[in-house]
Design a protein around this ligand. Structure first.
Ligand code: SF4
Ligand code: SF4
Ligand code: FES
Length: 231
């Protein structure tokens, strides 16, 4: 694949033409908030957190969908992009129960990385807090599913269905009621889940966590934590 030059935050880098700006940035140690995308997945831009500004564009664009082109100049810290990302993040957190000190994902959670990066609070007061009160599913021998901490990023669903071909997880309902559930809406331990734990590794929050807390450091958010910490 052809390699091109582009500039992100004043740093000249090289990346494969057509790759997405998000991956070009992350590969070069430049953090952009993101929740809903995987490198091998064609997912719709759902979380709306990865806004960046591109020179000569009138509006910010989502870095996970915008392709790399020769000579483009990207600013991840532009005021418009950050405002959009902060608003999206605070809206998301308005329905998220924040109890980090007691959460198995504490210190490996992508929400914490994003809050730090955006200078936003996890406990936002900007929007009215409306929490779901859904039962936590302890039925799987390996992991716990807490739907209240799910941000509906879709990573677990994609991994289970597309990468592994199992298809046990999916979305049900719409709007505020939208939730990740199993094929027949059974507890995970009674579903056709094969206990591989790949969904847990993909989950960026405390919604899916291993019972023995092992593997959390292997989760997709570790890359984000290291990149954000280095900036
Ligand atoms: S999922 Fe993340 S933000 Fe939410 S309580 Fe757990 S560690 Fe905190
Ligand atoms: S359970 Fe985790 S990976 Fe699955 S949609 Fe919710 S936050 Fe995303
Ligand atoms: S990572 Fe780009 S919209 Fe979610």
């Amino acid at each position: 694949m052809k390699t091109v030059s582009l500039t992100i935050d004043g740093k000249e880098i090289r990346a494969a033409e057509g790759d997405k700006i998000l991956w070009a940035a992350l590969d070069n140690g430049i953090y952009i908030p993101n929740l809903c995308t995987l490198r091998d997945a064609l997912q719709p831009a759902a979380c709306r957190l990865c806004f960046v500004e591109v020179e000569d564009y009138s509006q910010p664009v989502t870095a996970c969908t915008e392709p790399v082109r020769e000579g483009i100049v990207v600013n991840t810290r532009g005021a418009k992009a950050l405002r959009l990302a902060r608003t999206g993040f605070e809206l998301l957190m308005a329905s998220h129960p924040v109890d980090c000190a007691h959460c198995p994902a504490n210190r490996s959670c992508e929400l914490q990385v994003i809050a730090h990066h955006l200078g936003a609070k996890l406990k936002t007061k900007r929007f009215r807090k409306i929490l779901r009160q859904l039962p936590i599913d302890y039925s799987n021998p390996l992991f716990i599913y807490d739907p209240n901490k799910c941000v509906l990023c879709g990573k677990c669903v994609w991994v289970c269905r597309e990468r592994l071909g199992i298809g046990d997880l999916g979305f049900a309902h719409r709007g505020f009621e939208r939730v990740v559930t199993t094929f027949a809406d059974e507890p995970i331990g009674k579903s056709r889940c094969q206990d591989c734990g790949e969904c847990v590794l993909a989950c960026p929050t405390g919604a899916l966590t291993f019972k023995d807390n092992q593997g959390i450091v292997e989760s997709g958010c570790r890359e984000g934590m290291e990149t954000a910490a280095a900036q």
